[in-house]
Design a protein around this ligand. Structure first.
Ligand SMILES: Cc1ncc(C[n+]2csc(CCOP(=O)(O)OP(=O)(O)O)c2C)c(N)n1
Ligand SMILES: [Mg+2]
Length: 533
C-alpha cells in the first residue's frame, strides 16, 4: 500500500488525466491534502478572493471552452459561499465540478462542533447539482471520476459536487484513476426522424427555436433550418447558433411581443435544446396552439410546459443532421416576414435601449467575430440579449437562469484564463460589480488584459424601474456609488471614461492588449449618449 496514491493524489491526478488544466480555489486547513496533491501534480491553480466568484470563474472557463470548469473549496463555508454560483451553473446547464472536503468520517454529521462542520453537507447542494457524491475510500476514485465526467460530458451538462472526508483524503490505496472515453450522446431513432420530417414537410408556418443545447451544433442547425422554411429564433443561451443575418433567423428576440404573435400563429414549433423557460420567452402566458417537436438530452424537458407531439431524447446536432438528411424538399425562408419582424423589433427600441445600442455598437466594433462578452444582470445586458449582434455561438453569455448579480466579472476572468488569445469583455452594472469587486485582485494578479465595461447609472436601475412602474416607493434602489476610478487604482487596474462611441471602441481595444484589467466606465447620463444617432 505504501506506493499506492492517497485519495487526494488520485483525485488530482485523475482530474488531469481527464484533461483538467486549471483549478480555481482558496486553500484552508481542510484542503491541505488536496493542495499538496495539486502542487506536486503541477496543475495550474488560480487563487480567488471568494468562493462564489471561484465557481463563477469555473463556469466562465466552461462556457468559453465547452470543457468542464473545476473549483476546489473547503468544506462548510467554502462550499456554501459557492452555492449561488453552483445554482447559476445548474440553471444555465454549465459543466462545473466542485471538489470539496468533509470533516473526518468518525465525526461527520454528528455536530461535534468541529471547525467548518456542517451536518449534512451533501444535502445542501442536492437541489443545485446533477450529482453530489462522497468518496469513501481511495479505491473509489476511479469510478467516482468516471461518473462525474460521464455526467459532465455526455448528459445535459450540470454541476457536480464531489466531497472527500479528510481522513479518506489522506488514506492510500487503489490504483488511482485512469480516464475513460465517455460514451457518446444518444442518437435519434430513425422512426422518430421520419415522423418528424413528415410533420415538418407538412407544416405551412413552421417556427424553430434553438437553445443552449445547440451551441456545439451551429453547422447542423444552419443546414437543418435551411431546408425547413422555418422562421428561426435563438434563445439567449443559444445566441449565435445562427449567424445574425441568416435568412431564416429572426434573432434572439423571443421576448419580443412580435415573436409571441408569430409563435401563436405557427402550425409547428420545432424546439431544440431549449427549456422554453420563462426567461427565454418572458411572457405570462404564451399560447402555442400548433404541434410541437422537442429535442433534448434531458427527458424532463421533453414535455414540460408545452406538450410535444414528437419528443426526441437525443443529441441536438445528431438529430438536426438526421432531420436535414430526411427532409426531401428545401423550402426558402419567409424572408419578408422575417425582415418585417426584425424591423419591428428594431423600431420598438425605447430611448434608453437606444442609448444601450450605442454602447453595444461600440463594443461590437471593438471585438473580432469570435470575441466574447460576459454580461451581468444589468439593463444594458437585457438590451444586448436581443440587440447585440453575433454570428457565432459561445460569444455572448448571460446568467439567464438564476440571474445572479456579480457573475460577469469573475466569469470573464475564468474565460480569459482559458482562452488568453481571445478578446473577452465583462459587461456589468454599478450594482452588480459590487458583488464580486474583489476579483479585480485576481485579474490583476493574473495580469489579465480584461476590459470591464461598466454601465453606471448609480442605481439598481431595473428594480427602480419596476418600482416606478408599480407606483411604489423607490426603496433601496439608489445605494451609495463608489468612485470606480479610485477602486481601479487601489487594485492596480486602469480606469478610463470614454466620451464617444469611437473612443469607447478604441479604449476597449486598448484594454484587450493592456497588461492587466481596465475598468471602462460609461455613465447613463454621458452627453454622447444623449445625442441623436
Ligand atoms: C444576487 C442578486 N441579488 C439581487 C438581485 C436582484 N436584482 C436584479 S437586477 C438588480 C439591479 C442591479 O443593478 P446594476 O447592476 O447597477 O444594474 P442596472 O439595473 O442598474 O443596469 C437587482 C438588485 C439579483 N439579480 N441577484
Ligand atoms: Mg445600475
Amino acid at each position: 500500500m505504501k506506493n499506492a496514491p492517497s485519495t487526494a493524489e488520485a483525485l488530482i491526478d485523475g482530474l488531469m488525466a481527464y484533461g483538467v488544466d486549471t483549478v480555481f480555489g482558496i486553500p484552508g486547513v481542510h484542503t491541505l491534502q488536496l493542495y499538496d496533491a495539486m502542487a506536486r501534480a503541477k496543475i495550474r491553480h488560480v487563487g480567488i478572493r471568494h468562493e462564489q466568484a471561484g465557481v463563477f470563474m469555473a463556469d466562465g472557463y466552461a462556457r468559453a471552452t465547452g470543457k468542464p470548469g473545476v473549483a476546489c473549496l473547503i468544506t462548510g463555508p467554502g462550499l456554501l459561499n459557492a452555492a449561488t454560483a453552483i445554482g447559476q451553473a445548474y440553471s444555465d446547464s454549465v459543466p462545473v465540478l466542485v471538489l470539496t472536503t468533509l470533516n473526518p468520517m468518525d465525526g461527520g454529521g454528528l455536530s461535534r462542533g468541529r471547525l467548518h462542520e456542517i451536518g449534512d453537507q451533501r444535502a445542501t447542494v442536492v437541489p443545485i447539482t446533477r450529482l453530489a457524491r462522497t468518496v469513501h475510500a481511495p479505491e473509489e476514485v476511479d469510478e467516482a471520476l468516471a461518473a462525474c465526467f460521464r455526467h459532465l460530458t455526455v448528459e445535459r451538462p450540470r454541476p457536480i459536487v464531489l466531497q472527500v472526508p479528510l481522513d479518506v483524503a489522506e488514506r492510500r490505496g487503489g490504483l488511482g484513476a485512469r480516464s475513460r472515453r465517455p460514451a457518446s450522446r444518444p442518437h435519434p431513432a430513425p422512426e422518430q426522424i421520419a415522423e418528424a420530417a413528415a410533420l415538418i414537410a407538412a407544416a405551412q408556418r413552421p417556427v424553430a427555436v434553438f437553445g443552449g443545447g445547440c451551441v456545439d451544433a451551429a453547422d447542423a442547425a444552419r443546414a437543418f433550418v435551411e431546408k425547413t422554411g422555418a422562421i428561426a429564433f435563438t434563445t439567449i443561451a443559444g445566441k449565435g447558433v445562427l449567424p445574425q443575418d441568416h435568412p431564416n433567423h429572426a434573432g434572439s428576440i423571443l421576448t419580443f411581443e412580435g415573436a409571441h404573435a408569430l409563435l401563436s400563429q405557427a402550425d409547428l414549433l420545432i424546439a431544440i435544446g431549449t427549456e422554453l423557460a420563462e426567461n427565454d420567452i418572458w411572457a405570462d402566458r404564451l399560447e402555442i396552439p400548433g404541434k410541437i417537436i422537442r429535442v433534448d438530452l434531458d427527458p424532463d424537458q421533453l414535455d414540460r410546459d408545452f406538450p410535444a407531439e414528437i419528443a426526441i431524447l437525443a443529441d441536438a446536432g445528431a438529430t438536426m443532421i438526421a432531420l436535414a438528411a430526411a427532409l426531401q424538399v428545401e423550402r426558402g425562408a419567409p424572408v419578408q416576414r422575417i425582415q418585417a419582424l426584425r424591423a419591428a423589433h428594431r423600431d420598438a427600441a425605447l430611448p434608453l435601449e437606444r442609448k444601450h445600442g450605442k454602447v453595444l455598437a461600440a463594443l461590437r466594433a471593438a471585438l473580432p467575430p469570435d470575441g466574447i462578452v460576459f454580461s451581468d444582470m444589468t439593463m444594458i445586458a437585457y438590451s444586448g440579449n436581443s440587440r447585440y449582434p453575433t454570428d457565432h455561438p459561445r460569444t455572448w453569455f448571460h446568467p439567464a437562469g438564476f440571474g445572479t448579480l456579480g457573475y460577469a466579472l469573475p466569469a470573464a476572468i475564468g474565460a480569459k484564463l482559458a482562452r488568453p488569445d481571445t478578446p473577452i469583455v465583462a459587461l456589468i452594472g454599478d450594482g452588480g460589480i459590487q458583488f464580486t469587486l474583489a476579483e479585480l485582485g485576481t485579474a490583476r494578479e493574473q495580469n489579465l488584459p480584461l476590459p470591464i465595461l461598466l454601465w453606471n447609472n448609480r442605481a439598481l436601475g431595473q428594480i427602480a424601474l419596476g418600482m416606478r412602474q408599480r407606483k411604489i416607493e423607490e426603496l433601496a434602489v439608489y445605494p451609495f456609488t463608489p468612485d470606480f476610478a479610485a477602486i481601479a487604482q487601489a487594485y492596480g487596474c486602469r480606469h478610463v471614461r470614454p466620451h464617444s462611441g469611437a473612443s469607447l471602441t478604441a479604449a476597449l481595444q486598448e484594454a484587450t492588449r493592456a497588461n492587466g484589467p481596465t475598468i471602462v466606465e460609461v455613465a447613463e447620463d454621458d452627453g454622447w449618449l444623449e445625442m441623436p444617432a
